[in-house]
Design a binder for this molecule. Structure first.
Ligand SMILES: NC(=O)c1ccc[n+]([C@@H]2O[C@H](COP(=O)([O-])OP(=O)(O)OC[C@H]3O[C@@H](n4cnc5c(N)ncnc54)[C@H](OP(=O)(O)O)[C@@H]3O)[C@@H](O)[C@H]2O)c1
Length: 277
């Protein structure tokens, strides 16, 4: 399947940092033609395909988009949307990945556009991401473009309740960082029981990625896979006796804190209530 911006038009990428670049590269890998793409980013990534047009601001592109990947930091919403909005025509599709930024806020900024809100995650860099999508309109064209665009970097799930975004952000958006830290902790623990640093790091990384791949490819639930490697009175049982009483509560507090922060970010960018007379 070839990914084509709606109306055989142009895709603008506004903010081509870590996540914007990962999603753009995946889309190019899925057949999006670079000569249909323009990138706006003051940092001007230097190693883009030469067919991609670049500019430090939308006003300098001298064209209009039919779709936009909006991928700046949430704190830059006001400045970046202020520069972008005059160039977004009626019916253009805005794919926003800004954490904590609601479709209501985005609609205020881009009143004539069709907004699809997304929460991707960093494994998108290798085509193994998962993205949650939400749209509060029924445009089949916008939904299909969003589906195809994000499917280029991994799995796609649609939410029917936007309020789930805080929880999704806390689980799959932030989740890769929790797993990276688990690898660090396992490597550190290996050193403390006598492994050389390099060996411990290699074992920890391969164990987590191998176990994750097994969980993905097995028909059995993770709980069952854990039982299968836990012999009575064996080494795994001894280790889990330390881990399990702590981990469930710890992960639960971790996810709750991230969800709270997502809600705080949402409150910071929430539209102002109209003043009472
Ligand atoms: N990273 C993740 O795991 C993840 C996951 C899900 C969602 N997100 C969301 O993705 C968004 C981007 O995150 P990120 O990690 O990719 O951030 P990032 O690496 O800082 O990328 C943002 C890019 O936008 C550029 N920029 C700043 N002002 C701009 C403007 N007015 N117009 C166009 N570009 C502008 C920045 O340039 P300068 O560096 O020069 O400022 C930077 O290159 C955030 O809203 C975040 O909530 C991230």
């Amino acid at each position: 399947m070839t990914l084509v911006p709606p109306g055989e038009g142009r895709l603008w990428v506004i903010g081509c940092g870590n996540m914007g670049r990962a999603l753009l590269d995946a889309a190019l890998g899925a057949g999006l033609s670079p000569d249909r793409v323009s990138v706006v980013d003051p940092a001007m990534p230097g190693d883009l395909d030469p067919a991609i047009r670049t500019a430090p601001s939308p006003a300098l592109l001298g064209e209009i988009p039919t779709a936009v990947l909006f991928a700046v930091k949430p704190q830059l919403l006001q400045a970046a949307s202020g520069e972008l909005a005059p160039h977004v025509p009626a019916g253009a599709i805005i794919l926003s990945i800004l954490a904590g930024t609601s479709t209501e806020v985005l609609r205020q900024r881009f009143p004539r556009a069709l907004v699809v809100r997304a929460m991707p995650n960093t494994p998108a860099r290798i085509g193994r991401g998962v993205t949650a999508l939400f749209a509060d309109h029924e445009s089949a064209a916008a939904r299909q473009f969003a589906q195809d665009f994000f499917a280029a970097s991994g799995e796609v799930v649609w939410l029917d309740d936007e309020r789930l975004f805080d929880a999704v952000t806390a689980v799959s958006g932030s989740g890769p960082a929790y797993l990276f830290h688990f690898i660090e902790a396992l490597a550190c623990a290996g050193e403390s029981v006598g492994l050389p640093q390099d060996l411990s790091r290699a074992l920890a990384r391969r164990t987590v990625t191998g176990a994750a791949a097994l969980a993905e490819h097995s028909d059995e639930e993770p709980e069952e896979l854990r039982r299968q490697v836990t012999s009575p009175r064996g080494t795994t049982e001894a280790g889990l006796a330390q881990l399990m009483p702590e981990l469930t509560g710890l992960v639960s507090r971790t996810v709750a804190a991230a969800a709270r922060r997502s809600a705080e970010l949402a409150a910071e960018t929430a539209p102002e209530e109209p003043a009472a007379d």
